[in-house]
Ligand binder design. Structure first.
Ligand code: GDP
Length: 311
């Protein structure tokens, strides 16, 4: 496994490419992580098949997650070694993300709506780093946005008539943006609108130079949807950095959720992604009801952002 350091945190490497897949550009600088050599280290007690227990969920009946070393997201300039006894404490709760030295200034103290744009060229031009939230309609995007900024109704701005099909910029702490993109896969939207959605957001993903990472929201309370897998694949194919945000992880009633618990759906999604990628992207389990994953998302955004600003 070769882990590479790239300026926009590109971390997916394709294993079994779809016919049209081309993937990430060549790395500029080799990463300092030792993760790639761990598995042959003679003193190692861990292997890719020996999962690392990840402790602590907020609810007592929630299970422990176990993640094997090769399924971790190791940020650039981050050392991970298999005989590091503190490794499990350095993994963000309910995620596969290892904390790096860049994880600081994660708190949201101020949030304001800035503007709605209909084209990428119309987006703010102040050069601040940004994260785009995208997902199927009803996935919980507005709820997550409100939970991240601790405001009950900020995301309503994006739902006002005329703004649902726009790129909506929210400035955080005066120094970075959360960007709310229109939801996709809304069954009753006319075909014409759906095509436009594709053209418009895809242009943004490819041409927005200040976009640090797309946060692709996936509903963990239901089995994986084809359209979500296609989206993840499209982002990978087009070398757009992506973090998977699993929503509604508080919904634990099996019967209502197609017979599977959120963590099972999350695992299934990983497996489906594994078919296409050598390494899984960073992912975090969240709930806007319990605020599970909120601080973890903000820490992850902070480390991506601080790294991006430095490079
Ligand atoms: P959007 O269309 O993606 O912006 O989705 P919304 O944020 O409007 O949420 C859609 C529905 O899912 C609403 O009924 C929310 O109350 C519900 N919802 C959103 N997030 C969660 C969550 O984390 N847990 C649960 N149980 N319901 C949620």
């Amino acid at each position: 496994m070769v882990v590479t350091q790239l300026p926009r945190f590109h971390y997916l490497v394709i294993k079994n490419p779809l016919p049209s897949f081309k993937f990430f550009p060549k790395p500029k600088v080799p990463i300092k992580s030792t993760a790639s050599t761990l598995f042959s280290a003679p003193k190692s007690t861990l292997s890719t098949t020996e999962p690392i227990p990840i402790t602590d969920f907020s609810l007592p009946d929630e299970p422990k997650l176990e993640i094997s070393l090769d399924k971790l997201f190791v940020p650039p300039e981050t050392l991970v070694s298999c005989d590091d006894s503190s490794l499990s404490t350095r993994i963000l709760k309910g995620s596969n993300i290892v904390l790096s030295k860049y994880a600081r200034d994660a708190q949201v103290v101020q949030a304001e709506f800035v503007k709605s744009s209909v084209r990428t060229e119309d987006c703010p031009s102040d050069g601040l780093p940004e994260f785009a939230l995208v997902g199927r309609s009803n996935v919980g995007k507005s709820s997550l946005l409100n939970s991240l900024v601790r405001r009950k109704r900020l995301a309503l701005t994006s739902k006002k008539p005329g703004k649902t099909q726009c790129i909506n910029h929210f400035r955080i702490n005066g120094s970075w943006y959360l960007v709310d993109l229109p939801g996709y896969g809304y069954a009753s939207a006319p075909q014409e609108l759906r095509t436009d959605w594709g053209k418009f957001t895809k242009d943004y993903f490819i041409n927005r130079s200040t976009l640090v990472s797309v946060f692709l929201l996936i509903d963990a309370s239901i089995p994986a949807k084809k359209i979500d897998l296609e989206y993840a694949s499209w982002l990978g194919q087009n070398q757009v950095p992506m973090t998977l945000i699993f929503t509604k992880c508080d919904k634990r009633k099996k019967k209502k959720n197609g017979g599977k618990r959120p963590e099972e759906n999350v695992k299934d999604f990983q497996e489906l992604i594994c078919g296409f990628f050598q390494t899984v992207p960073p992912w975090i389990m969240t709930s806007s009801v319990t605020n599970q994953g909120r601080d973890e998302i903000l820490l992850h955004m902070a480390q991506l952002r601080n790294y991006w600003l430095k490079h």
